[in-house]
Design a protein around this ligand. Structure first.
Ligand code: FE
Length: 174
């Protein structure tokens, strides 16, 4: 199977199979360009920490399965794959803004798909070697919740496809 250059880069840089990296290309600790908060990549990592029991109480069973257990919802069954309304998609676990509707596109996969996050620092990527495939997992930078995966077959301008579970998101209409 072809190794995605992005995934390979992470693998070469780290030499291990589970490494948390921010997708931002700003250097770690550099001030964020986000006008609402100045947060370094390090600070964003797992800022919200809760026990498994606490998450279980707060989340629906499906949200818990996806966000905390890295589950994947069935294609075309989630709440947002076909949502075309204008607004912001937040993390269903901690409320962090993750994706904007104007970067959402119809991928035909049955999962909400975006070509970029709302702020690079708000999502992290981790090499995922499960299911006999090398994929790049996408995580919420604040609570560490599993969101989905990112692939390199997306549209312009980034060429990326963030394939995200609806259950990991909470849509806020503009
Ligand atoms: Fe979160």
């Amino acid at each position: 199977m072809k190794i995605a250059p992005f995934g390979l880069m992470i693998l070469l840089l780290t030499g291990c199979s589970r490494t948390y990296v921010a997708t931002s290309n700003t250097s770690e600790g550099a001030p964020s360009t986000n006008s609402t908060a100045v947060v370094s990549n390090r600070d964003m990592k797992h800022k919200v920490t809760k026990s498994e029991d606490e998450w279980k109480k707060e989340l629906s069973p499906e949200q818990f399965r996806v966000l905390r257990k890295k589950g994947t919802e069935r294609a075309f069954t989630g709440e947002y794959w076909n949502n075309h309304e204008a607004g912001v998609y937040r993390c269903a676990g901690c409320g962090l803004e993750l994706f904007a509707s104007d970067t959402k596109f119809d991928s035909g996969t049955g999962w909400p798909s975006f070509y970029q996050p709302i702020e690079a620092e708000h999502v992290g990527a981790e090499e995922d070697n499960t299911l006999f495939a090398r994929r790049t997992e996408v995580l919420c930078s604040r609570c560490g919740g599993h969101l989905g995966h990112v692939f390199e077959d997306g549209p312009k301008p980034t060429g990326l496809r963030y394939c995200i579970n609806s259950a990991a998101l909470k849509f806020e209409k503009k």
